[in-house]
Design a protein around this ligand. Sequence first.
Ligand code: UDP
Ligand code: MN
Length: 789
Amino acid sequence: MKFRKYLRGRGRVLAFVFIASVIWLLFDIAALRISIINDVNQDLKERESVLNQGRRKDNVLKHPLQKVNIDKKEFLKNSNRFDRKVDKVYRKRPMARPEKQAELKQDKHLNPMSMADKSFVKQNEVINQSKVNLIVNSLVKGTIISIPEKINKTNTVINGKVKNITTKINKIKAAFNGQTDANLAVKAHLLTKALPAVQEKAHPPALSVKKVHHINGTVVMPHNEVHVDAGLRKNLSNELLKPAEGDKLKNIIENSEKHGSTFNKTKPDIIQKSSELKAQDPAEALQVPQPTSVRVRRSGGHHKVMALDVTDRPRDPRAVGQFGQPARVPRDKEQESRRRWSEGFFNVFLSEQIPIDRAIPDTRPQICSENLVHDDLPSTSVIFCFVDEVWSTLLRSVHSVLNRSPPHLLKEIILVDDCSTKDYLKEQLDVYISQFPKIRIIRLKERQGLIRARIAGAAAATGEVLTFLDSHVECNVGWLEPLLERVYLDHKKVVCPVIEVISDKDMSYMLVDNFQRGVFRWPLVFGWSALPEEYIRKNQIKDSDPIRCPVMAGGLFSIDKSYFYELGAYDPGLDVWGGENMEISFKIWMCGGEIEIIPCSRVGHIFRGDNPYKFPKDRVKTVERNLARVAEVWLDDYKELFYGHGYHHLLDKSVTDIGNLTEQIELRKNLKCKSFKWYLENVYPDLDAPLVKAEGLSQHFSYTWLRILRQNTSCLAPQEKLIIMEQCDNTKPHLRWMHKSGKALVSTAQNLISRDSKTDKLINKCIFLKDCDPINTFQKWQFTHYYPE
Ligand code: UDP
Ligand code: MN
């Protein structure tokens, strides 16, 4: 009764307020508890991962996927999207340009296949054509100078219009004589001026030079905006890119909507299929017998880039995959096609159906065919290294070089067989190749890996320039001269064609975007990055202008032979595959050279989901080891960023033996190469590369990428319950601390998460270690400046 009294009148209100306050308080405590638990769990998770990195023996932390809890089905479904950290990031497919796609779609009526359907090449023309071929061949050899009357009157069909064949012959004759297009009657004064292709235009500035802040004498780069495209967005779940974290992820995605793409390491989002490309003039794919010798006129003059496409038989426009069209597997062959996939990890069955010398669409920017190059370009040795390559793709690669390279510039083709296991690559290949005097095969007795195979190929080469190609490519018309022109202008220019995409599924030839650079992200992960629209506009970059690249994809490039050796070739300590593109890229830039992509040179490449060859040792370990060699020789202090982004375990030399580096380090010294800091500032200023994760003002402690707390050369180390300063050593796991802004410093050396109700005190003015207590403010730490992850 007494109690009821309080629930009447004003008492009732008071009681209500009291109860509400109690409930509120209970909620508050619960919320705090949850947040504490989350914090602790987060710290524990990270600590677990750092501990793993420290103690890794062999199978911990191999692959980002292993850190994500994904079931196998889901993994297989996404296997293309989840880039393997190091072992499949190389030479990923570049992107297509959306506007270009729209533009090209409008030209669909020029689709070469539709021409084929309408039987553009009539039988009698094929016969006439072969006579034309003979004549052109003779012209090439310089054995005839006039065209017989009968042929002169022959008409052919070009792009649906009837044209006189003489025009065609004149074009070729002019090209071989080192003149410009006879039809266009280029005026003499043009030839004495600097001409479009040979004019050395000043390069636009390096992309987005960041504002530089100084903190205590240390240069601090503010982090750039990260722009991502849809492809990258798909990959943000992937550890590789590292930025994905709460708000930051949101920002990135918002930015991507505003700015378009800059980094793409997986398949392109949009690719222009050959069926949507402009038709190539079928008569351009002129069917001419293989010329054997050409007298070169070394006049110091110029001529238009030769758009040669020479075949020894008339092309069948209805052949499977002709003109780079997608090919289809007949119903009754589906099983066979699936079964044979793993022979090359692309559609091997379809590849076999496609003519070895098929025509592909000329995807060069329009101006390229008008560009002039020097008459006295250096000759090149084309080097194909292969191991267990599929027969049809190997030969298509070889024929694309034979058919589309000016013979006088193609000194030889060197096939380096890296100890293949397939029978057809032995005698059968020898017999086939014996038809072509320009081709040589070098057989390696032991499997050497791509890098040493290339070194062997280079050693045998007699051309002035080395051109390395993968063994599943198709060189497009006019691919070679624009590359050699750049090397001719400056022998320290190392040049790459635009790598286009040959579909692994239907073998169609696809156009890619012109404005893409080869770049990398930590930990040395290769990717493509589109030049921002604004940069292109501001610097008036034309779609045929060379694009300077911080790193090259690695598979396809030309380099002056003497410069290659001046640079000490490749580090021969690199095994099998991977990392060599980083090595040669850093070496080139830091030791006086340049890397360019030449949009007028285009080569298709089959990007595969897997390697059809075995790695003698574990694949991931091989690539990691290669990258560690590169980091040790070329990255200076920045190697911490490499190790700190998931490769701590490589620091333990008792686990990973990266081999002897003395020669490589000597080489860098002897060549007086510039520092990696110089490279970052001058070649790749848009990369975020803060040397430490965080740093402070007064006593200048920094928290490094290897999670070490450093003050000059001394580092914070736990000793029992005390903390001492110890000589820094990146390889010692006990020196690593977990830390995030405003959060605890948690030693990874001991398990300190347990209950402790004692008060915190400083003993003898020292920091001491005690069990973690997330609500204890004495355990919160803050550096003055934190860099983005
Ligand atoms: N290759 C080689 N030896 C090796 C590994 C690769 O000769 O141990 C050749 C391979 O046949 C191909 C080139 O090197 O022609 C590049 O390899 P791949 O195409 O597998 O690399 P990706 O293009 O997938 O990066
Ligand atoms: Mn390849």
